[in-house]
Design a protein around this ligand. Structure first.
Ligand SMILES: *[C@@H]1O[C@H](CO)[C@@H](O)[C@H](O)[C@H]1NC(C)=O
Ligand SMILES: *[C@@H]1O[C@H](CO)[C@@H](O)[C@H](O)[C@H]1NC(C)=O
Ligand SMILES: *[C@@H]1O[C@H](CO)[C@@H](O)[C@H](O)[C@H]1NC(C)=O
Length: 360
């Protein structure tokens, strides 16, 4: 699921990049006012680059509330940033940091690698194609904060979207050159909820907005997105089947015995065979990285350790993060589902489900 969509997105982005870059002449120089206080002049181990980056807080306190501020890290496009769109990136979770994950491990220009002394340049950084804005949302995630503890208990999709919208308006005031610039919103995993909900809020907000407050949203992209349990679970099983990870027989058994993951409220009636079929499905991933099936997987917990040398190496635990209801009953699934320092366990699921529905 993750791989195919992520690489499709990347290819799209890079195709745009090479078209634009080929015409580039002299390095672009900033002529517009920028918030000097937010300029990042260097990071420990940062390679020298020809683009600027900025980081800081945008106050999103709403009327009468306690202080709330969202943290951003913005990388201008590598070349000709004034001709490139703005892309806002959101990680999911709920609770994943866009700095720790999207920026530092996936699509940002500086990657943090295990045991690396320095930051590593990312050859596939998305700021080759766009001006790249990472936002940590909602408050409580990454460096984003609320001064009033009760604000941390009143989170959910709606608050996240409202605060992210307030952030965007505030950020555009700080970077006025991007007002009117084409905006795309992208994200992965639980951002399958954040991204379209924010896009909708912007679309609605634009209707009554003055020219200065209108946001020129052009589209959004979601990869490996959380939509709803029925769709997500079926998608995982179809992906495994269409990539020869599970057999035709197991695929048919899962569909039949789990009633195609139809919600019980919609008349779904999983049978007795559902659990064993799902165990077999998850078992097929014991030695395959479910997030990246073609990436070689290190099956030893510590290659250089004495136990590995003695042949008692144990397989790495499963790393699956999203936890749809039927799958989450299974030990393999629940073992330790860490993506970003935010681990979901079976016991967290009711809370997650509430947040998903936007109530929590
Ligand atoms: C949060 O409180 C600190 C300490 O009083 C203050 O400096 C900061 O501006 C507050 N943040 C917001 C967003 O109001
Ligand atoms: C890290 O960067 C510093 C400064 O550019 C350089 O001297 C050093 O060799 C680099 N270390 C590694 C492991 O690349
Ligand atoms: C891996 O094994 C080596 C040698 O036994 C040990 O020094 C190191 O701390 C181990 N690393 C981890 C992450 O367990």
């Amino acid at each position: 699921m993750a791989v195919a969509m992520a690489s499709a997105l990347l290819m799209l982005a890079l195709a745009t990049a090479s078209a634009a870059v080929s015409g580039a002449g002299a390095p672009w120089r900033s002529r517009r006012p920028r918030p000097e206080a937010d300029l990042v002049t260097g990071l420990p181990g940062q390679p020298a680059v020809g683009f600027s980056h900025y980081a800081g807080y945008v106050d999103v306190t709403s009327g009468g509330g306690g202080g709330k501020a969202l943290f951003y890290w913005f990388f201008e496009a590598e070349r000709e940033p004034d001709k490139k769109p703005l892309l806002l990136w959101l990680n999911g979770g709920p609770g994943c940091s866009s700095v720790a994950y999207g920026a530092a491990q996936e699509l940002g220009p500086f990657l943090v690698r295990s045991y690396g002394a320095n930051l590593t340049r990312n050859a596939y950084a998305w700021n080759k194609a766009a001006n790249l804005l990472f936002l940590e949302a909602p408050v409580g995630v990454g460096f984003s904060y609320a001064n009033r503890t009760s604000d941390l208990r009143r989170l959910g999709d709606r608050v996240t979207a409202q605060d992210s919208y307030a952030f965007l308006l505030g950020w555009l005031d700080r970077f006025p050159e991007f007002k009117g610039r084409d905006l795309y919103i992208a994200g992965e995993s639980y951002a399958g909820h954040y991204v379209p909900q924010l896009a909708e809020l912007i679309y609605e907000g634009n209707k009554g907005a003055s020219r200065d407050r209108a946001i020129s949203i052009k589209g959004f992209m979601i990869g490996n997105a959380v939509l709803n349990d029925a769709t997500d679970q079926l998608g995982m099983v179809e992906y495994a089947w269409s990539h020869a990870i599970i057999s035709d027989e197991l695929y048919s058994a899962v569909r039949r015995d789990c009633d195609s993951f139809k919600e019980e409220a919609d008349g779904g009636r999983p049978g007795k065979g559902c659990s064993p079929a799902l165990r077999a499905f998850l078992g097929a991933y014991d030695d395959i990285d479910i997030y990246s099936i073609y990436t070689p997987t290190c099956l030893l917990s510590n290659l250089s350790s004495a136990s590995a040398a003695a042949g008692s190496a144990r397989p790495r635990p499963a790393r699956l993060v999203a936890a749809p209801r039927l799958l989450s009953k299974h030990v393999r699934y629940v073992r330790r589902l860490c993506e970003c320092g935010c681990c979901w366990h079976a016991t967290d699921l009711p809370a997650v489900a509430r947040r998903r529905s936007g109530i929590g």
